[in-house]
Design a protein around this ligand. Structure first.
Ligand code: SF4
Ligand code: SF4
Length: 298
């Protein structure tokens, strides 16, 4: 199974635009996955038709049977997180789901149940089935939800006899990104030529090195700061990345975003042209060269 993960140091670098473009340009059967469960944007560009929607449970929450409660206040006294108010109501935003209140309740009025923190969707798109998810506002466990998105994408691929998964990852280097790295064949980093872009690249390169995952680089909006683009490319060489190429700034990208479609389908501009070249090069590496895993020095 080939799994390609797209990452970027922060949001707004064009990672999802490039992921949607590759999804549209590569005709191989594929399963698509959006591992950015905090802000799932890939579906916005792929015209998904929902097929299934399932709740995602993680952690615990107390439930009270009011008729059993005598108002003794022991639960409030024992709660170390101040989640139970003077009126003995539980504030879900402060509750950590530790279960102490239920343990001590003399009337067994409190019990713990699994907490619904998000939803997972499977959708059909013109480019292949898509697994994506939504973590409810304020909820944690995004890493667990990413793992579940990837597990479902793999199961779907096996069920359909598909051996290629294209994953749009989360921005940054936090828990959801680390969760999304397990089992991937290679990572495509989308970086922009800014000072923070250089910093982000270094952090992601260190992460990939740690997990021994081959790295590939695209510099987006490269013409906006040619000197920083050059620095990014130099860094990429030092870190053993394969430099796939650069994409210029192109206002037509916003037209594609507005239209909710992959860039190659709505534009004839310079970004599309650059992406076509990069896509062909990357496609050749992935589907025609067997040993792409060995391109990175240890
Ligand atoms: S400990 Fe149980 S009975 Fe006492 S106030 Fe809390 S929920 Fe009610
Ligand atoms: S589960 Fe823990 S944090 Fe939540 S209300 Fe009960 S004691 Fe407080």
């Amino acid at each position: 199974m080939k799994e390609i993960l797209l990452l970027s140091g922060k949001g707004g670098t064009g990672k999802t635009t490039i992921c949607a473009a590759l999804a549209a340009l590569w005709k191989e059967p594929k399963v698509l996955a959006d591992a950015d469960v905090d802000a799932s944007n890939l579906p916005l560009l792929l015209a998904p038709r929902p097929v299934s929607r399932t709740p995602f449970f993680a952690g615990w929450e107390p439930v009270k049977e009011e008729e059993k409660c005598t108002g003794c206040g022991l639960c409030r006294e024992k709660c170390r997180f101040g989640a139970i108010g003077e009126d003995l109501r539980i504030n879900p935003l402060d509750c950590e789901g530790c279960g102490v209140c239920a343990w001590f309740c003399p009337e067994k009025a409190l019990s713990m149940r699994e907490k619904e923190v998000g939803e997972i969707f499977v959708s059909e798109t013109p480019y292949g089935p898509l697994v994506h998810a939504e973590l409810y506002p304020g909820e944690e466990n995004s890493g667990k939800l990413v793992v579940e998105v990837k597990r479902r994408a793999r199961a779907l691929a096996e069920e359909k006899g598909i051996n290629f998964i294209l994953i749009d990852g989360s921005p940054g280097v936090g828990c959801p990104v680390i969760a999304s790295l397990s089992g991937v064949s290679l990572c495509l980093l989308v970086a922009e030529p800014t000072v923070s872009g250089l910093h982000d690249f270094r952090r992601l390169a260190a992460l990939l090195k740690h997990f021994r995952i081959p790295g590939y680089l695209i510099v987006n909006k490269a013409d906006l700061a040619p000197e920083l683009t050059e620095k990014l490319l130099e860094l990429a060489s030092i870190e053993g990345f394969v430099r796939l190429g650069s994409v210029p700034y192109d206002p037509e990208v916003f037209e594609a975003l507005r239209a909710g479609r992959p860039l190659p389908e709505v534009s004839r501009g310079p970004a599309r042209k650059a992406l076509l070249g990069i896509s062909n090069r990357f496609h050749k590496i992935i589907f025609e060269e067997e040993n792409h895993e060995d391109r990175r020095s240890p």
